[in-house]
Each structure stands twice: as structure tokens, then as C-alpha cells.
Write a protein that binds this ligand. Sequence first.
Ligand code: ADP
Length: 415
Amino acid sequence: MSYPTAALALGLLLLFALGWWLTPWLTAIGLAVAAIVSHTLWRNARASVIDLLRDPVARNRPFAENVARIRERLKVGEEGIKARDAEIAQRRQITNAIPDGLFLLDRDSRIVWCNRAALEMHELDAFRDMGRPINQLIRAPEVLAYLADPDLPAPVVTQNGRTFAFHLEPSENGDRLLLTRDVTERERLDRMRRDFVANVSHELRTPLTVVSGLIETLTDLPLTEADRNRYLATIATQTGNMRRLVEDLLTLARLENDQVPIESATVELAPIVRDALADAQALSAQAHRFSAEIEPATVRGSASELRSAIGNLLTNAVRYTPAGGTIAVRLGRTEESPPRVVVEVRDSGIGIAAEHIPRLTERFYRVDRSRSRETGGTGLGLAIVKHVVQRHRGQLEIESTLGHGSTFRLVLPVA
Ligand code: ADP
């Protein structure tokens, strides 16, 4: 054998060896793909051919006609598959639109499937976490106990600042559906309602205890005329406090009820500010120095609500400014363009520490409880002001320094 022939033979041998080594893999992959692709088609075709062969009429039909019929059947099968796919896509869309989280768990509590809300609520990853046991992902002990024993009460668990309620739904084949609902907002409202009821009860119980004690004393004991009058005056003060509390509660309930639309009259603010100022001066009984700077200004909204808000600010200025202090009221416009209406009440009173300022408009929030009560406060004044301002699409601005007075500002859109 010559040298080139030997080299060619060796080359061919190597190529053959490589081919020999690769061929089974390529063949296996090709066969697998071909098998998967043709399996469905073959099954449908086989069913169609068997049907046709069993059919004595078909046996006598021309070959071309039988082929056409088989094609027709295959087409119908394909359309069925498409319809199923569409149905699955639609169901997926529905489950993803549900705001509650849904997990389908197998017997070993592994996640078989879950909807989008479940992924988002529990910060899971569809690719990473599918197939993993749920107890590796939701680790709250109450939930684990509930998964092990569904007769336990359904747990409500707070994790990372959010509260979830869980519910397990068994199914016939041993799989289970775990539902999770984000109840953070519901819990917050429930807590607010409970706190509110507790606060109102407490606010009413205190004056009621005083009044009932004094009535007993007046009934049971022989008193001098002076003592009787003193006790009666205290009863009048306490009932006045209770009346104011009930009135403020009713006002707040009306303002918080979104169903009650705001009046939309054009309101001239100057007379309202002047009236509120006169009331504040009467309350002060010349204990403070007042100054006023009042320009004409109109806004749209409810005169009675605005009167109540401005009155509250001026009354507070009197109540939280020691005798000899100053109170200045200003009605004007802001510098910005377009300008807005400003009602500003500035006092030289006790002031408020910075940490209290963000909470002042909460119902029953008081910096100094005893001072508020002594001066007939209900703890609802600034909550009312905040709601009035919001309903008029305005803002309440508060600036204060402890010991150096406060400024409360209502900023409202011009009519
Ligand atoms: P209250 O009836 O207690 O005055 P408000 O809702 O009107 O209730 O005010 C809430 C709290 O804000 C008051 O208890 C008081 O501590 C504080 N506050 C309100 N206005 C002033 C002010 N002008 N100066 C100092 N503190 C004030």
C-alpha cells in the first residue's frame, strides 16, 4: 500500500470511529424527538385507520377518499388540542387574577402548582420553588402545625409586617389546596375600631363617674348652699365635656363618611375668621393679646365645616398658650403661582415636641392629657380639622418648637 493510500485509509478509519462514537447519541436524540413529535399524530392516525378498516363501507371506498377522511380526522384532533390549550390558558388567566394566593400541594406538601398572587405574597420564585415542600418556604410554626393537622383553627400569621390568613381545602385524590389571604388592612381596621371603642368608653366613663359620685353626695349628705353650688357647677362642666365629646364624635363620623358629599358653595372666609376670632377672645377672657391680618378670600366648599376647622385652631391656641401670651391670625394668599388661600393661627404658647407633630391629627392623640382635659379638650379637634381640609382638597401644615409656640396653617385652593 502506497503512503497516500495508507493516510487516506487512516483518515477514513478515524472519521468512521468518530462517526461510530457520535452516531448512537445523535440517533438516540433524533429518535426521541421523532418519537415525541409523531406519537400524538400516530395515535390519532392509528385510531382513524383502525376505525376506517373496521368500517365495512370504508373498505370498499377508493383509497384517495379514505386518505382524505383520515386527514380530516387528524385536523379535528389538532383543533381539539388547540381548544384544550386555549382553555388551559384561560384558566391560568383566571387563577392569576384572583387576589388570594392558591397553592396546590401533593401528599408530601410539595408545591405542585401555585398562582401569581401566592408567589408575590410569599416572595417565592416560580422556577426555584416549584416542587419544594411548602414548609421550607413558609416557616411559621402555626402554619406547619395546621398543615400537619387541618382540624386545628386556621392560622393568621404576621410575617415581614404583613398579616396572612391560611385555609386548607382537601381534595379527593389526596392533593390539598392551600389558600392564603393578605388580611393586613382588615386587621389594621379592626384594631383601629377596637381602640376607638375603648377610647370613647374611657372618655365618657371619666366624667360620668364624677357626675354620678356628685349626684350621690348631693342626695345623701346635708350640704351648705356654697358646697351644693360648687358641686352643681362641676356637674355642669362635666356634662358640658360629655356633650362636646358626643358632638365632636358625630361631626367626625359625618366627615369620615365618604357617602356624605361636600357642599360646593362659594365661601367668603373673612367673616368666618372674624367670628372665630371673637369666640377665641371670649374664651381667653383678656388673658392673651390678639392680632389679626384679614384679606378677602373665597374658597369652594362647606362654610360650616370650615368654621369648625378654623374655630378648633383658634380655641387650641387659647387653651395651649399661657396667660400673657400672643395669638395672631392671618387670612391671605400664598406667594406661589397660582396662589392658594392660607388661614394661619400662630401662638406663643407651650409648643409641641417634634416627635408628636405627625400624630396630632390622630383621634384622641394628646401630648398632655391632663392639660387637654382641664381645658375641656375632646382629643378630636385636630382630627376634625384634618378631615375638613382633606375634603376641601387642601393641606394642614404644623410648625412648632417646644416652649416657643406653634403655627397651624390651612392651605386651600382658591375658589
Ligand atoms: P385636644 O382636645 O386635646 O386639644 P386636639 O385634637 O385639638 O385635641 O389636639 C391634639 C393635641 O395637640 C392636644 O392635646 C395638644 O397636646 C396638641 N395641640 C393642639 N394645638 C396646640 C397648640 N396650639 N399648642 C400646643 N399644643 C397643641
